[in-house]
Design a protein around this ligand. Structure first.
Ligand code: IPE
Ligand code: IPE
Ligand code: MG
Length: 252
């Protein structure tokens, strides 16, 4: 029988979430898409609290993709305002709970006032070490890799880097937040089985959990369910099942 209890000794260190389905959640209720985004804010609040309570070390939330800039301007504006509201309403509690805020993405494309507010929150929480909360904002996995390649090319052009020195470690060190561990668990709400340009490099060996729930309905119990699902997986990293069992390292 499958064990359905959460094991606190085998938590994913880093959980990354593609928060999808706000629009469909709203449309099925006769509401506007922006009302769906507003409802999604409550799920963000709850998931941040829950991840912290459970003992997750890093939580990355995909808040706005590079491609989301192509949505209608009114929706883009509403999503930006929402981020602003989240920072306003949550930063005190987040800080009190010892959570450190970070942001990844092409943040120079985010409206100045919001970026500055986010910068203040990042600065204020810099010394916190209970959990790292990362907002992927104006984020694209391909763009992140392009930005890393640009850094490497600049170093090579200045004569400081030789092609032979380029390896996985060096490429990873040029990503946006190189000190964070790769996600162990990637959750996607909204019933869509795709990664939509999220953390392409970092999810090479992440366990993926897709749920049919729309993001505004996501609550602590669903995070717990996703982690339990993760804990049933055998992480083989290319090895055989027997090798993993012998080494005891494949357990979630
Ligand atoms: C996720 O919900 C929010 C963002 C992408 C910013 P969607 O707005 O994509 O909702 P659906 O997928 O249309 O239902
Ligand atoms: C992914 O959702 C981006 C975020 C959740 C921020 P989308 O709704 O933009 O993804 P696609 O377009 O369905 O792939
Ligand atoms: Mg969507």
């Amino acid at each position: 029988m499958r064990e359905r209890r959460l094991r606190t000794d085998a938590l994913p260190r880093h959980v990354a979430i593609i928060m999808d389905g706000n629009g469909r959640w709203a449309e099925s209720r006769g509401l506007t898409r922006n009302e769906g985004h507003n409802a999604g804010l409550e799920a963000v609040r709850e998931v941040v609290r829950s991840a912290h309570e459970l003992g997750v070390r890093v939580l990355t939330l995909y808040a706005f993709s590079q491609e989301n800039w192509n949505r209608p301007q009114g929706e883009v504006d509403a999503l930006m305002r929402l981020l602003d509201r989240y920072v306003d309403s949550e930063v005190d509690e987040v800080d009190r709970n010892g959570i450190q805020i970070r942001a990844v993405g092409r943040l120079d494309e985010v409206p100045g006032a919001i970026r500055r507010k986010l910068d203040v929150a990042i600065e204020r929480t810099r010394g916190n070490d209970e959990m790292v909360l990362v907002f992927a904002l104006s984020y694209g996995g391909r763009q992140e890799i392009v930005d890393a390649v640009k850094k490497l090319v600049a170093e090579a052009e200045s004569g400081k880097l030789d092609a032979d020195a380029v390896d996985e470690k060096l490429v990873a060190s040029c990503l946006y937040e190189p000190d964070l561990p790769d996600p162990d668990l990637l959750i996607r709400t909204g019933a869509e089985w795709r990664v939509s340009n999220f953390l392409l490099w970092q999810i090479a060996y992440s366990e993926i959990h897709v749920t049919n729930l729309m993001w505004p309905d996501f609550r602590k119990q669903h995070l717990v369910d996703a982690i339990i699902d993760y804990q049933q997986r055998e992480r083989r990293f290319g090895q055989t099942s027997a090798q993993v069992r012998d080494s005891g390292e494949g357990e979630a």
